[in-house]
Design a protein around this ligand. Structure first.
Ligand SMILES: [Zn+2]
Length: 152
């Protein structure tokens, strides 16, 4: 619980063997925050089951998806209705530091980092400094492709 809201953390692999229906059973009101940071993989069966499990909830709660992992973002960009039952507020994206020759996953907050591009067809990823050395990092994916779910 977080200030009256319910927070659910999903972790690991979501596929046809994942039992999703049970996780909603003790929740009856308010805002449901679903943290997807720990989802390492989700396949098409997992997406289908998720959509079916979340559908009846859409009228009952406000559903917020936060900390969407890269596996989730990849599905967001392939399957349009995946999270249409709720609102996505933040997600992870890969950045690369040339100086450290290392990749860092950074948390992007949609309200904070994409205010200017909210109405734009081409959202621009924010700059981040390397958490290790402080140098500016580069976005380490095809930016247009990775951020395409923001324009849907
Ligand atoms: Zn660095």
């Amino acid at each position: 619980m977080r200030g009256g809201d319910t927070v659910i953390f999903l972790e690991g692999v979501i596929n046809e063997r994942t039992e999703l229906n049970g996780i909603f059973k003790d929740i009856d009101t308010g805002t449901l925050i679903i943290n997807l940071k720990g989802v390492t993989r989700i396949n098409s069966c997992g997406v289908r089951d998720w959509v079916n499990a979340a559908k009846p909830l859409a009228g009952k709660f406000r559903i917020i998806y936060e900390h969407c992992s890269r596996a989730i973002v990849e599905q967001l960009n392939m399957i349009v209705n995946f999270l249409n039952s709720g609102t996505i507020v933040s997600f992870y994206a890969p950045y690369y530091c040339d100086a450290c020759e290392a990749e860092h996953e950074m948390l992007l907050d949609i309200a904070q980092h994409f205010t200017d591009s909210a109405d734009s067809d081409e959202p621009e990823a924010p700059d981040f400094d390397c958490p290790q050395c402080g140098k500016t990092m580069e976005f380490n994916e095809d930016e247009d492709k990775y951020l395409s779910f923001l324009t849907e």
